[in-house]
Every structure is written in C-alpha cells, then in structure tokens.
Design a protein around this ligand. Sequence first.
Ligand code: NAD
Ligand code: LMR
Length: 332
Amino acid sequence: MTKAVVLGAAGGIGQPLALLLKGNPLVSDLGLFDIVNTPGVAADLSHIATPAKVEGYLPPDDGLKKALAGADIVVIPAGVPRKPGMTRDDLFKINAGIVRDLATGIATTCPKAFILVISNPVNSTVPIVAEVLKSHGVFDPKKLFGVTTLDVVRASTFVSEIHKDLSIAPAVVVPVIGGHSGITIVPLLSQSSHPLPKITAEEHAALIKRIQFGGDEVVKAKDGAGSATLSMAYAGAEFAAKILRAVNGEKGIVAPTYINLIADKAGGDVVKKEIGQELEYFSAPVELGPEGIVKIKSIGKVTEAEQELIKAALPELAVNIETGINFIKAPK
Ligand code: NAD
Ligand code: LMR
C-alpha cells in the first residue's frame, strides 16, 4: 500500500503527472491537491481501470492536510512557470512562499514521506523545504529530492539525435550533475553509455549548451503559455517510479537527483572533494533504498573540460542555495 500525493495537481505538469501515477501499479492511493480544479481532475482520473484510489482536495476544510494524510511520496509541481525572458530565479518571489507553505503541511502531516520537488527554482526550493522540515524537527535528508530528471531525459534524447537514431534514446544514459538551471546543469557526456560519434568541437559545445538550456527552448516555443509540462510529467513519473520501486524493496536503483549532501556523509564528502567546494546541495547520482538515499555515488572520472563546467556552476549554485536557506532562516 503506497500513497502518492501531487501538490499542484491541476496544473500543466500536475495533471499528466497524476495521470502517469494513476497508471503505476505500485500506487494504491493517489491524493491530489491544488488551489483549483482538483475535484474535476480526480473524478476524471478515478474512472481509469488501475488500482490507485484517487481523491482530490482544495484548500477549504483542511484540504491540504486531508490530501497529505498517510502520504508515502509527495511530489510538488505547484507554482508559476516561466515566460520568455524570465530566468528560473525570477520565479522565486512567488514560488518560494508556495513551497514553504506546502512543506509546512508535509512537516505537520506526513513528515516521514519522500518529498520530490519540481517547483522552480529547484536549486533554491529544495533548501526551502529542508529548512521548513528542520524548523519542525523532522528533516530527513535521505528523503528529500530535487527532481532533475528532465535534464537527464533531455541528455538521452539529444545524444541519440547526435547518433541520428532516436530508437536508442531510452537506452542512452548520461549522468547530469550540479543543479537545475542554465550553467549549473552539468552533463557528463564523457560518461555517456553511448559514446558520442566524431563531432566537431563546436557541435560538442552546442550539445552541452542545448542540455543546459533545454528549458528555454520549450519556453520560447510555448511563447508565453508556460514551460515544459509533458516532458516534465514524463520525467517526474520516471523518477517517482524509481522511488516507488526502491520503497517496494528493489535494490541497486541509481538516479541523479539534487540532494543535501549530508544524506550520506561519507559519499557527500567524496563529491565535495571531487567538485572542490563545500556545498550543502548538489545533484549527484544516488542509490535508492526503502528508507531513501542509501549512498551518494562518486561523480566518477570527468574530463578537464567537464571539470571546468563544474567549476563554472558552483558560484551560481552557492548563491541559489543561500537564497533558499535565508528565505526561511533570515526572512526579510
Ligand atoms: P502551471 O501554472 O500549469 O501549474 C501550477 C499549478 O500549481 C496550478 O494548477 C496552480 O493552481 C497550482 N498552485 C499554485 N499555488 C498553489 C498552492 N499554494 N498550492 C497548491 N497548488 C498551487 O505550471 P507548470 O507548468 O505545471 O509548472 C509548475 C512548476 O514546475 C513551475 O515552477 C515550473 O517552473 C516548474 N518546472 C520544473 C521543472 C523541473 O525540471 N524541475 C520542469 C518544468 C517545470
Ligand atoms: C525546464 O527545465 O524545462 C524547467 O525547469 C522549466 C523552465 O523554466 O525551463
């Protein structure tokens, strides 16, 4: 029996993500919360012939608490998306407060749940959730994840395009580390399961840039109607499925995700040494188990050029982390 909850379930990501979770046989109960439209979304999904029992809640009458009651996994895609010309950091003003309030609901209702944060800017919203949980004395770093899977999915797709063979996309694995915005996104192409064919230095640089700025490509194409929703729902469901399998006892599941490096002190220390900085949060490959993070894995052998990409990511990442922490610890 595993209850999954989506906060922001009526949104562009929330609805298809809820659909994909409804289709996951490991979900027995699906709680949906949003400030609008969840009764309709829940009624619609509830007709699908899969095991999950679906319930939708709105804020009145303690709807958030009712949705979260008994939750094992909470996925948070609540908040505003970008429009052309905006950075993810521009979303902080609105989304920081939304995420803080939802995290308070989790801390007081289902503090032992796995928490998967999608709301941007992820580099800062994950520290916000952690600080809220700490303030309630219920922070378990092994169970808090910033969802960076879309970067990994994009890397698989774009590398398979370079190979001129989309049929290999599902099998292409490229670790993506760092954070989730622009230059903080660091694809380790040298570790691709499918080594790159001979391409020029310009094509190589363009591939890295496309993975780092893939979000902008979608924001531009949607032309004011928001950012990635369908690919994000796919990626979010992929990551949630890995957590569900790990909770269900499957061993050896590894995925890159943005985490507090204290989740596995020894592994986190190795990563800090590898990146050459004392950061609290970083996206690295982690091994998952029934109680959350079992091990933070080494980022492995990287090229000199990749080491430079890591170095370039660190200052922005450090500022993003501090901004998130201060939002709770030292509110202005
Ligand atoms: P959207 O506007 O379509 O949906 C957001 C939903 O959140 C809406 O239904 C809204 O009513 C709801 N919401 C707002 N305040 C809420 C609150 N207090 N409690 C519960 N629900 C609330 O936006 P979207 O396209 O689904 O994007 C959502 C977020 O996900 C954005 O911040 C976006 O930047 C982010 N995102 C992250 C990634 C990633 O890779 N991590 C990828 C794409 C989008
Ligand atoms: C993405 O990578 O698509 C998301 O973070 C949304 C965005 O704002 O680009």
